[in-house]
Ligand binder design. Structure first.
Ligand code: FEO
Length: 133
């Protein structure tokens, strides 16, 4: 499980709220995996992660475009790589391979925490300079 910590804050309330919800969904996936052997439940929660990620990434990317953020392209590629990986996982689970659930969840947790603390932090000055708080 990931617990929200102030060190994950980017200081922009809308983005922090979305990151908190993102963490909640990943925690829900971890709990589902611990409590159930039903691949349908894992599929469902992976689907929710995919949908949530797409929405959240588009929040950030829309701001980046609006504010002419110089690292937009690089940031967008990181988002894209994550989405691609989650879709691959969904396809493997859909094909009946749910033995690697721990691997998926470790990847999701590691990616999210690293992305929030490294890549997302880089846009803070730009977003705040453009009026977000
Ligand atoms: Fe908060 Fe770049 O994802």
């Amino acid at each position: 499980m990931i617990e929200w910590d102030d060190k994950y804050s980017v200081g922009i309330s809308r983005i922090d709220d979305e990151h908190k919800q993102f963490i909640d969904i990943i925690n829900k996936a971890v709990a589902t995996n611990e409590q159930s052997d039903d691949p349908e439940e894992l599929k469902e929660v992976l689907h929710q992660i995919t949908m949530y990620a797409i929405n959240h990434f588009s929040t950030e990317e829309n701001y980046m475009i609006e504010f002419n953020y110089p690292e937009y392209q690089y940031h967008k590629e990181e988002h894209h790589d994550f989405s691609k990986k989650v879709i691959e996982y969904c396809e493997r689970v859909n094909a009946g391979d749910s033995q690697f659930a721990n691997e998926i969840l470790e990847y999701l947790k590691r990616w999210l925490i690293n992305h929030i603390q490294v890549t997302d932090r880089k846009y803070i000055d730009c977003f705040i300079r453009n009026g977000l708080k």
